[in-house]
Design a protein around this ligand. Sequence first.
Ligand SMILES: [Zn+2]
Length: 686
Amino acid sequence: MSSSFIIKNPLDNKTTQTMTSTVKYTTPAYRKLRGYAFDPSMSLQMETAEVNKIVYKVVWEPLETDNELGTSYPRGEYLEIIDYDPSTGVFYTPVDLNNQHTIMEEGLAPDINNPQFHQQMVYAVIMTTINNFEKALGRKIQWSDRSYQNEKGEFESEFVERLNVFPHAVRQANAFYHPDKKSLLFGYFEAFPASASLHMPGSTVFTCLSHDIIAHETTHAILDGLHRRYIEPSHPDTRAFHEAFADITALFQHFSFSEVLEHQIAKTKGNLESQNLLGQLAQEFGKAVGSYGSLRDAIGSYDKQSKKWVMHEGNPMDYQTNMEFHDRGAVLVSAIFSAFISAYKKRIHPILRIATGGTGVLPEGELHPDLVRELSAIAAKTAGHVLRICVRALDYCPPIDITFGDYLRAIITADKDMVSDDDMDYRIAFIEAFQKRGVFAKGLKNMSVESLCYKVHPETNAAEGIEKIFVDFLREFSQEIGYETDRGKIHDITRKFITGSKEFKMGIHQRINLKFIQGPGGKRFSEISGLLFPGNEKDCKDLGLIFSRSTGAKFQIGNLWLAVRATPEGKIVRHVVITLLQKRGVIASLDHDRFSVTGYFTPNTGEIPENGFIFRGGCTLIFDLDALRLRYAVKKDIDDIQRMEQQFRYSSDLRNAESAHSLYLDNEEMASLSGPFSFMHSLIHH
Ligand SMILES: [Zn+2]
């Protein structure tokens, strides 16, 4: 800011002088906002009160907080907070995060009775979670498109700029991500604890004040934006994966709160396998709905009889026996957490040796503060690595039907692409933890790093080589999108490259079609992608595929992403990820428990024949932008009979379970909200 003005000399009050000044006010890097590290209940306990109040450093963004009527709810790049409570019909006064006093005070002080603080808390945690994903993915996150039917009855999709966040949406012990409404809905309720010593009976619990619940629901929304088909319960792992990932994010974010971390490291003397707050989720919620510890413990839980906390060892039957998706998800959370513990233990080992004169056995009493700081720094770093590895692996997952085994392969492959030398044995730690819980990768003879890692696609020089088709496209796409930071524009550019436009020659869809499927490479492309491309209407009909006059067998481009990441050695890795999807109508039967496919139907009429179901195939193609070649093709074949059987059996089990379950849902609102993305699976157990 530059200005000049006339001032009187205050000493003689006569001379007038011109003063000029040039001051540059830079945009701050962060907006600091106070909040709870866990939830309000931790502030009521002597031991945790001091560390529970933290300051969230939210990456700065201009926030709209006023409109022509005065103050409005905070509205930023990714979300808008709308504090309307339908059960009381009240709009709570918006918090003004741009108010100078609020800014100077690092936001409003944590207060359960102040709805404006509630709005601030959800904003801070959602933005922190988004930032963690973007750092790991190397690109901006997008919400899943809103799909609707146009006048012709065709499905179209539309960019969703902001998620709507309702801090007080329902009077219910639950919180939700609503994939159709593009909303996060937080409930509040009166506590009904198992014992009055755990939580005050009848006091109000707000899920919008729980870091873990907010991070969990935000992750559902982010994951839905990355892989929309993971909503579909085609495999018991798919929805469980959604739940697990949401918990993993919440858990590992605990390790970025340095005060909490040091406090817990001091308390456990660095042993993160013993009971501590970091490995537990939703403390207040758990106690308020009648259990002893937190709602979900990744590393251990309270034994009801002894009322003592015991560590989960991991059991080869875990994966086979837990079928409900929150329970099944817990198997994955526990595997990831245990991989983290192994990596952490390996890293602190030399420090402990130094600190103990070689014995590794810590003396009685408290740890030296320097040692606490050192161990905390290692824990934070390791947790950060593990979360980043987990998030990056999402780009290496198939677009449908994800299983835990697929995810392990994605983790190993993604990590190998980033870090060539695994001197800390992260990869071994992951493999061991999955194996211990009975999770294996389908079709592999062993669980070595080499086997689990997806094979790099062989380079071909043939004219029909997939690289040749994509070279120009990949170059142009990366040039156009590489420096774009506006999410709306990123969305438009991506759509243009997928579908093509009048001014823009050919989209990727058409390119694949013309140059590949209808050209000489058709058969090879089927092998690479696992999809089927018969050219004529009759064959399509016989196979249960949709036929289009212009393209032959229909397929869809799901995602198109550019991911730019720096390796620890400072190398820049640039990948373009493209996902392809195809659907097929399958009719099957179970005769004396023997599965057989009895026919196919065209899945575009909306009507599904008896014993028919929609079956999907898909693949994720990962291109290396610098070598300009296809690196991996991660696929789920559309011709996979085993997968058809698996889906057929699972969906009939699910239908039976759901019809039994629906008896307990007392009203329509609850039934519609208790969709795939609620925080709790059921209140009936409590
Ligand atoms: Zn959930």
